[in-house]
Design a protein around this ligand. Structure first.
Ligand code: BV8
Length: 304
């Protein structure tokens, strides 16, 4: 019954036992990671209480149009997020997941987060796909120019504040607040020497990087990249034993779509979220697990 699946602070012994038994026997594990995994590291989530949506929604500023309108404001927004992510520390859940990946070569993490904390926790790099890019990579604004590099400079230019930009996007004062900076002081592409550099994250309205989608489809089809690349070949996904859905509202597509795809490939699902409804499910199916609470506390408990 529902109570058996939904624990209200600590997972019930039975629930934990049935989950760990299945985890132990699972070979192919898919993990979908969201902002909730990093909440306890002090990085605000996007849509739950206290997230960015208080001042800017990421949809307002994480777009090509916003950058074309006001690159200085968008760079200040990213400077603020970069400094926050750089100051943050991986929490016990990041470490527990990295340790599980090292023990399970058949595990693949699909990371929606751009904060770099999974990597800093030692998650094996060949077992994680940063589907939405990284705050610490920049690339040429012109998609036709292939320049991209790592960049950890905070602020990315000295004159640009690292504080959160003023909350009102369309009032004049939000521009004046950053008027101390001129566009030609923003970082430019050293390769084509014409365009501005932009954060190498996937903005809303932009397609996911093809190579990453192919890597993920390859894993789902059992590692046979050729078949996965040929999108219209209705290759049956290879069985997935378990999917961990950690700290995501499952509202951003196409990433959220991998939950249904893994379920279709036979995966049993374990949700780790502060609240059941926003994990993309109203109530888990009978053979799924819902760990309700802080991922930083529950993920290490469940994976130990
Ligand atoms: C695209 C990088 C077309 C940017 C991000 C259907 C199909 C395709 C597209 C769409 C579609 N429907 C709508 C779209 C458009 C859009 C979209 O999904 N919009 C949503 C908002 C409705 N999708 C796109 O634009 C995508 N592009 O498809 O374009 C296209 C296709 C082909 C060719 C050309 C064009 C691009 C999406 C990627 C956007 N980029 N980030 C940046 O940040 O700089 S997404 C952004 O949201 C972050 O990456 C974040 O990771 C991601 C998802 O959010 P969550 O991680 O889930 O975070 P959220 O705050 O929402 O939830 C937190 C959860 O944690 C909550 O459930 C909360 O309860 C829980 N929680 C909180 N604290 C804790 C906790 N859990 C545990 N412990 C805690 N302590």
């Amino acid at each position: 019954d529902e109570a058996q699946n939904i624990n209200h602070d600590l997972p019930s012994r039975e629930m934990l036992a049935s989950f760990t038994a299945h985890l132990r026997s699972s070979k192919r594990i898919l993990v979908l990671i969201g902002a909730g995994l990093s909440a306890s590291s002090g990085i605000p989530t996007y849509r739950s209480a206290g997230g960015f949506s208080r001042t800017f929604s990421d949809q307002q500023l994480a777009t090509k149009g916003a950058f074309e309108d006001d690159p200085i404001l968008v760079w200040q927004f990213y400077n603020y997020r970069r400094s926050q992510a750089k100051a943050a520390l991986p929490n016990p859940a990041h470490h527990a997941l990295a340790e599980l990946a090292a023990k399970k070569p058949g595990l693949l993490s699909v990371n929606q987060n751009v904060d770099g904390l999974c990597q800093r926790a030692g998650h094996p790099s060949e077992q994680i796909i940063n589907l939405h890019g990284s705050l610490f990579r920049v690339r040429c604004f012109d998609d036709a120019c292939d320049y991209e590099e790592e960049n950890y400079n905070i602020p990315i230019i000295p004159q640009l504040p690292v504080t959160e930009p003023p909350g009102v996007l369309d009032s004049a004062d939000s521009r004046s607040a950053t008027s101390g900076v001129s566009i030609d002081e923003l970082p430019h592409c050293p390769k084509c020497r014409v365009n501005l550099l932009r954060p190498a994250t996937v903005w809303f309205g932009e397609g996911l990087p093809e190579a990453k989608v192919n890597h993920l489809n390859g894993w789902l089809c059992g590692g046979d990249l050729e078949t996965s690349v040929d999108a219209n070949s209705a290759v049956q996904d290879k069985k997935v034993d378990l999917m961990l859905v950690i700290g995501t509202s499952a509202t951003v597509w196409p990433a959220a779509g991998y939950i249904g795809r893994a379920r279709k490939a036979g995966a049993r699902l374990a949700f780790f979220n502060m609240e059941a409804k926003s994990a993309g499910v109203s109530r888990p199916e009978e053979d799924e697990w819902m760990f309700l609470g802080d991922a930083a506390e529950l993920v290490p408990k469940a994976l130990e």
